[in-house]
Design a protein around this ligand. Structure first.
Ligand SMILES: *[C@@H]1O[C@H](CO)[C@@H](O)[C@H](O)[C@H]1NC(C)=O
Ligand SMILES: *[C@@H]1O[C@H](CO)[C@@H](O)[C@H](O)[C@H]1NC(C)=O
Ligand SMILES: *[C@@H]1O[C@H](CO)[C@@H](O)[C@H](O)[C@H]1NC(C)=O
Ligand SMILES: *[C@@H]1O[C@H](CO)[C@@H](O)[C@H](O)[C@H]1NC(C)=O
Length: 255
C-alpha cells in the first residue's frame, strides 16, 4: 500500500517545486536594489573589479558581446567559461594589431574567448581529450586546443599559445579564468605563424632552361604531416617555456 502511493507523492512534490521555481524565475524583478540570487553573476561587474581586465571589458561592451555572455549565464543550464586577458596582454600585443579589425572580426574575437559550457578547472583534463573545442564564435576555424601540462592548462588557437594563469571565478554557471595572452583566432589572423621555418625552395641553377619559370616545386603537406608538425610545435613550445622558467628561476636567485 505504502509503496504504491510513494511514487505519486514524489511526483507531486516535484511538480510543486518546479512550478514554484518557474514562478520565481519568470516574475519580473523590478526592485532597484541588487538582490543577487545564489546563481546570478554580473559579468561586467565581476570583470570591472578583478584583473585589471578593463580593455577586454571595453571590447565586450562595445561589441555587445557582454549581453550574449550574460544571457548565456542567466538563462542556460550549460553555463559559460570565459578566458580573459589582462590589460597588459593587450598592451603587449603590437603585432598583429587589433586596431584595424572590422566590427564583425572584433565581435568574433570576443566570442572566441568563451566556451558555451561551464568547465571547472578539473574538467580541463577532459577537454584535452576532446580537443579541438568549439568556442562561442562557432565552427572549426574558431576552436581551441587544450593540453594539461603537469596540472597547468595550456591552450592554443594556432596563433596563440598560452596558459590559464589563475581562476578568477569558478562557481557554476560562471567560470572566469585569466589567460596570459589575447587569443587570436586563425580564422581572422590566418595561418602564417612564424615558428616552423618554411621549406627552402631550390632554384634551378640553369636559368636558361625553358622549364625555369614553371618548375617550382610546391611541397604538398598531407593532413598527417600537418598534425604531426603542429603537435611537435606545441611540444617544442612547452619545452622552451620550461626552459624559460628555469632560467628565470636561476636569475631570481641572483637578486
Ligand atoms: C541577467 O539577469 C539579471 C538578474 O536577474 C538581470 O538584471 C539582467 O538584465 C540579465 N541580463 C541578461 C543579458 O539577460
Ligand atoms: C591591418 O594592419 C596590418 C599591419 O598592422 C596590415 O598588414 C593589414 O594590411 C591591415 N589591414 C587592413 C584591412 O587595413
Ligand atoms: C571527465 O572524465 C571523467 C572520467 O573520464 C568523468 O567521470 C567526468 O564526468 C568527466 N567530466 C566532464 C565534465 O565531462
Ligand atoms: C587541435 O587538435 C587537432 C586534433 O588533435 C589538430 O588537428 C589541430 O591542428 C589542432 N589545432 C591547433 C590550433 O593546434
Amino acid at each position: 500500500m505504502d509503496y504504491s502511493i510513494f511514487p505519486i507523492f514524489i511526483s507531486m512534490i516535484l511538480t510543486l517545486s518546479t512550478s514554484v521555481n518557474g514562478q520565481a524565475i519568470g516574475s519580473p524583478n523590478l526592485s532597484p536594489a541588487p538582490a543577487p540570487g545564489p546563481e546570478y553573476t554580473n559579468l561586467a561587474e565581476l570583470l570591472s573589479v578583478t584583473g585589471p581586465f578593463h580593455t577586454f571589458l571595453d571590447y565586450l561592451e562595445s561589441t555587445k558581446v557582454i549581453d550574449t555572455f550574460q544571457n548565456q549565464a542567466n538563462t542556460t543550464k550549460e553555463g559559460i567559461t570565459l578566458f580573459v586577458p589582462k590589460d597588459s596582454a593587450f598592451s603587449k600585443l603590437k603585432k598583429p594589431s587589433l586596431s584595424n579589425l572590422t566590427a564583425d572580426q572584433l565581435k568574433s574575437l570576443c566570442l572566441f574567448h568563451a566556451l558555451p559550457h561551464y568547465y571547472s578547472l578539473a574538467d580541463f583534463k577532459n577537454l584535452s581529450k576532446i580537443s579541438p573545442v568549439y568556442t562561442f564564435a562557432g565552427g572549426e576555424l574558431y576552436s581551441l586546443n587544450f593540453t594539461d601540462v603537469s596540472g597547468t592548462v595550456h591552450l592554443t588557437s594556432g596563433w596563440t599559445n598560452t596558459k590559464v594563469s589563475s581562476a578568477v571565478r569558478a562557481t557554476y554557471p560562471v567560470a572566469v579564468y585569466q589567460v596570459d595572452k589575447v587569443l587570436l583566432p586563425e580564422a581572422i589572423f590566418g595561418t602564417d605563424i612564424p615558428p616552423t621555418p618554411a621549406p627552402v625552395v631550390d632554384i634551378a641553377p640553369d636559368a636558361d632552361s625553358p622549364d625555369a619559370d614553371n618548375g617550382k616545386a610546391i611541397p604538398v603537406a598531407s593532413p598527417d604531416s600537418t598534425s604531426l608538425s603542429s603537435s611537435h610545435r606545441m611540444m617544442t613550445w612547452g619545452v622552451s617555456n620550461n626552459l624559460f622558467l628555469a632560467i628565470a628561476g636561476g636569475f631570481l636567485m641572483f637578486l
